[in-house]
Write a protein that binds this ligand. Structure first.
Ligand code: PGA
Length: 249
């Protein structure tokens, strides 16, 4: 299982330092933990995380290698700042910056070429769910957001219903199970015996609901926003993931 903290544009540097130290204080192997920190904090967080098993990531990167793109950050820059993974196509970037799935695929190709693993986010709006189009929308996003070719073992998917993000309203386990099964069946089959790309669930995951979400088939972990800003809550989510892994052998 993979548990990813998405701090978004939230903590001050002081708070971020405390949260990073808390991440190094405990271990949840075999769970993999990822931290998506704000870009200006990547270097200080890479220092704080030191030799820990927490992987550091950026919250976005540009689709070009280099150039006149004021305010943007390249995949190589993320690498240079200690990141080994990048979050792409989060619904907040799709909404705030008009990012299309084609752009997300271009960014993913760029990140992979610079040795960053990628987490690609997908998710339907409330209107799309209410009108029965959720599955089709997410599967279309999946196909359009994945680069044409990608190395096995380097891509992760995060299914995050937009209406569940930051609202305290979590998708039902039935809906999560259906969507994760649909995504699983659309992902390319491994040619080299690799595990298929893990599918994380995101959207109001917290210490109370994590265990039931992790017990759902095809849920490979969580992308955690709000609860990742609370060290004890995040630890508890990681612990639930660890217990689920031990349970399922
Ligand atoms: P949330 O955010 O846990 O606060 O709902 C999840 C995300 O947007 O990644």
């Amino acid at each position: 299982m993979i548990i990813a903290a998405n701090w978004k544009m939230n903590p001050t540097l002081d708070v971020a330092g405390g949260l990073a130290l808390a991440l190094t204080a405990r271990h949840f192997a075999p769970v993999t933990r990822l931290l998506f920190a704000p870009h200006p904090y990547l270097v200080p967080m890479s220092v704080r995380l030191g030799g820990s098993d927490v992987r550091l990531g950026g919250q976005d990167c540009h689709q070009d290698t280099v150039g006149a793109h004021t305010g943007d950050v390249s995949a190589a820059m993320l690498r240079d700042c200690g990141a080994s993974v990048v979050l792409l196509g989060h619904s907040e970037r799709r909404a705030d910056h008009g990012e299309s799935s084609a752009l997300v695929a271009a960014k993913a190709a760029q990140a992979l070429a610079h040795d960053l693993d990628v987490v690609i986010c997908l998710g339907e709006s409330l209107d799309e769910r209410r009108t029965g189009r959720a599955e089709q929308i997410v599967i279309d996003q999946l196909h359009a957001s994945l680069p044409k070719e990608f190395p096995e073992g380097r891509v992760m998917i995060a299914y995050e219903p937009v209406w569940a993000i930051g609202t305290g309203e979590v998708a039902s386990v039935t809906d999560i199970a259906a969507m994760h099964a649909a995504i699983t069946s659309e992902l390319p089959k491994s040619k080299n015996g690799h595990m298929p790309p893990p599918i994380l669930y995101g959207g109001s995951v917290n210490a109370e609901n994590a265990a039931s979400i992790f017990s759902v088939d095809h849920v490979g972990g969580a992308l955690v926003g709000g609860a990742s800003l609370d060290a004890a809550a995040f630890d508890s989510i990681c612990d639930s993931a660890r217990l689920q892994m031990l349970k399922s052998g």
